[in-house]
Design a binder for this molecule. Structure first.
Ligand code: PLP
Length: 453
């Protein structure tokens, strides 16, 4: 590595998110300089298929001129304005109306943040505030799930159910509980059907709420289909059974659609895919195709009315970010939605799902593969040491890492979540590109299989 190279300066000055800092000092960064369509190019000129759409997010692909033009125009016209103290601007109004128009019926108001984590923190604060305003100050606990990923700010990290997001951080905070992950392959008893597994998880939730006291439990949060926890497709009937328990105990449901939203599962929202009727919905990532940081929290009228009453009592709603509803981010979000609708990228994702899932499931027979799973244009291959017993590797994550590195050599970026290899390509991907992506993965997997044989 040359001194003063981008890589050397990255090691010298940059603390990376979600990275082993000591390992980074040794191996340095992959420096990505540009992108087009489903591809990105590094500073050595090597081109890769971006099999995870960045961080599950670049729906319209890289290098979309329309988004660049809109951002440029907004920067020239009104680069910044805020929404505090009754101020507003056209882009935030238009996007609010648009999101309420396309989201599930009961959601009527939008609050904007810069990130999904802030949006989940905001969802929790709205719920606490509303329950105080409604005279239910005890109803505050939030139930999430093991292996959930909901972000990394203090409340969002408490919702997250992954050890690296808790260890050494003194998290989760008290009042945040976790129930079982709905992963049939890992969680079901031998011979237990998907439906029976779902029933058992709903019973666990019911027992948890009863044990804690229904008057103390405010909300349950879940991604309709879990992404960063390892692409966990819910077992059949899971969401209808979970929602029945929540309704019984008057517990609100937060649907975290940060990865799922805007077409990922083949419908505009995964709430439609899985028949979910949320009280709160959290959106980010594909809302702007991540061309600008933006997230949104949509709430029901019931929650809005309580929050509005509370703000009148206090004198203001004491919550908001300098960047809430940023003009450039909301303008980019609107144009991104225009592109998604004009090109019918939701329909496209649904149409591409068959070639995507067929190719993915084609790896099920490989010696290192325990399970293949997915929906729409998101999927995963879970690597195991022993197919028959489902035993994990003695050194967890090492095989996943080896596959990720072999993928890089083949010109493919995917995400290794431990020993789970996740695929989540841009929604614009075409059938030929899907075939190319999995051909590259096939070669990478074969290389690792050869070393283990
Ligand atoms: N919720 C889900 C489901 C996510 O996948 C993520 C990020 O990956 C977040 C929340 C947090 O979003 P951000 O990284 O923008 O804070």
């Amino acid at each position: 590595m040359k001194p003063n190279s981008a890589a050397a300066r990255d090691i010298a000055y940059h603390l990376h998110p979600a990275t082993n800092a000591r390992r980074h000092e040794q191996i340095g960064p992959m420096v990505i300089e540009r992108g087009h369509g489903i591809y990105v190019v590094d500073d050595q000129g090597q081109e890769y298929i971006e099999g995870l759409a960045g961080l599950w997010s670049v729906a319209v692909g890289f290098g979309e001129e329309r988004l660049a033009r809109v951002a440029d125009a907004q920067l020239r016209k009104l680069p910044y304005y805020h929404s505090f103290a009754h101020k507003s601007h056209p882009a935030v109004i238009d996007l609010s109306e648009r999101l309420v128009g396309i989201s599930p019926e009961r959601l009527t108001k939008v609050f904007f943040t810069n990130s999904g984590s802030e949006a989940n923190d905001t969802a929790i604060k709205l719920i606490w505030y509303a329950n105080n305003a409604r005279g239910r100050p005890e109803k505050k606990k939030i139930i999430s799930r093991h292996r959930a990923y909901h972000g990394i700010t203090i409340a969002a990290a408490s919702l997250t159910g992954l050890p690296p997001n808790h260890r050494l951080f003194d998290l989760p905070l008290p009042g945040f509980l976790h129930v079982s992950c709905p992963h049939h392959y890992r969680g079901a008893e031998p011979g237990e059907s998907q439906e029976d597994f779902a029933t058992r998880l709903a019973e666990e939730l019911d027992e948890t709420i009863v044990r804690e006291g229904p008057d103390t439990v405010a909300a349950f949060i879940g991604e309709p289909l879990m992404g960063a926890g390892g692409v966990i497709v819910p077992p059949r009937t899971y969401w209808e059974k979970i929602q029945a328990v929540l309704r019984k105990h008057d517990v609100w449901l937060i649907a975290d659609e940060v990865i799922n939203g805007f077409g990922r599962t083949g419908r505009m929202f995964a709430c439609e895919t899985y028949g979910i009727d949320p009280d709160v919905m959290v959106l980010s990532k594909q809302i702007t195709s991540s061309y600008a940081p933006l997230a949104a929290v949509l709430i029901s009228d019931e929650i809005y009315e309580a929050v509005a009453d509370g703000s009148a009592e206090v004198g203001t709603f004491g919550h908001g970010f300098t960047g809430s509803g940023h003009p450039v981010a909301t303008a980019v979000g609107l144009e991104n939605l225009n592109i998604i609708e004009e090109r019918d990228l939701v329909g496209h994702a649904a149409a591409m799902s068959a070639p995507f899932l067929d190719a993915l499931h084609g790896f099920a027979d490989r010696p290192l593969v325990g399970e293949t799973r997915g929906a729409g244009l998101i999927g995963a291959v879970e690597l195991v040491a022993d197919k028959a017993t489902k035993a994990a590797f003695a050194q967890p994550g090492a095989t996943g890492q080896a596959v990720a590195e072999a993928c890089h050599r083949e010109g493919l970026i995917i995400r290794a979540i431990g020993d789970v290899i996740a695929f989540c390509p841009p929604l614009i991907i075409e059938a030929g590109e899907i075939a190319d992506m999995f051909a590259r993965f096939d070669r990478a997997l074969s290389q690792v299989e050869a070393t283990q044989a």
